[in-house]
Design a binder for this molecule. Sequence first.
Ligand SMILES: Nc1ncnc2c1ncn2[C@@H]1O[C@H](COP(=O)(O)OP(=O)(O)OP(=O)(O)O)[C@@H](O)[C@H]1O
Length: 317
Amino acid sequence: MRHPPFPGFRTVHAPFKEAHTVKRTTTAPPVGEVPTAFGISTAPDGVPVAPMLSMFDPMFIGIDEFGQAVTLDLVFHNILVGGEPGGGKSGLLNTITAYAAMADNTRLVLFDGKLVELGPWMDIADEFVGPDLEHALSVLRRLQVVINNRYAWLRAQRRRKLDRQDRMSVILVVLDELALYSATYGTKDQREEFDRLLRDVVARGRACGVPVVAATQRPSVDIIPTSLRDLFGYRAAFRCTTINSSDIVLGRDWASQGYSASDIDPENRGMAYLLAETGVPRRIKAAYLNDAEIYQIADYMAWIRRTNTTALSGTAA
Ligand SMILES: Nc1ncnc2c1ncn2[C@@H]1O[C@H](COP(=O)(O)OP(=O)(O)OP(=O)(O)O)[C@@H](O)[C@H]1O
């Protein structure tokens, strides 16, 4: 099989090609046929990215109160991030996005109504949705088609979830400020459709390599109803103004058991309670990348993920 040295990454709608490509949805490239050059994967369906990191490995996101590393198994879990403005939500989102940007065979679909929180990753995102609800809806509809096709493929394989041997890309969906899309922009009908589509992507995406990271500075029941919150296997509550909003993020009356993000010192930015599917909430301090570091990583990864447009590319292919 002949592979181009650097398959194009920034093809518009690239992750959604599989929604329309029978071959991609019925067969995964055999593992043995994936060549590497200088450690860079050149799988035809893959994003040619850094050789070391994989979304299938534990993702470092900070330390706990004993100084131990805290990692997430994000590829098979969604994470909900809530808390008052300035608590550190975007910091965590950027740490997660940076890892994903550096991970092999991983694509980014980003929603950021403010444009600046996830803006550094715009150049390497397959889709970047700004303050435009119709755009958000069309991207979610396309993700839904991808998910449908991946489940059809999994069923044909008699399996329930993707694994790294499948070499199918992980599509990380990151939403900064959920409330802008679910309660602010557009018409009531559009917002309702957004809620429906998001719920479906959150419910079905994770088993087929489409995990969702969603953040809100308005942890209230209208923005995060229990039925949506419960679809997130991980929940991170940064400083919240009330016990109630902490419980809306973490769930299950955790505040009454002594785990309330309203107790977090407002000056202690980046501190959060992190709850995994089992166990009790853990106090963590999220790792933090400053703006310069984020842009450095984003620029570097844009270069690594560059398209096949160099002068030599025509002759090398
Ligand atoms: N993990 C962290 N460690 C140290 N400082 C942090 C950390 N996270 C955030 N900060 C500090 O807090 C500030 C606000 O963080 P951030 O923008 O992530 O908050 P936010 O919760 O996303 O706020 P908003 O809801 O307004 O977007 C940052 O500019 C940074 O100075």
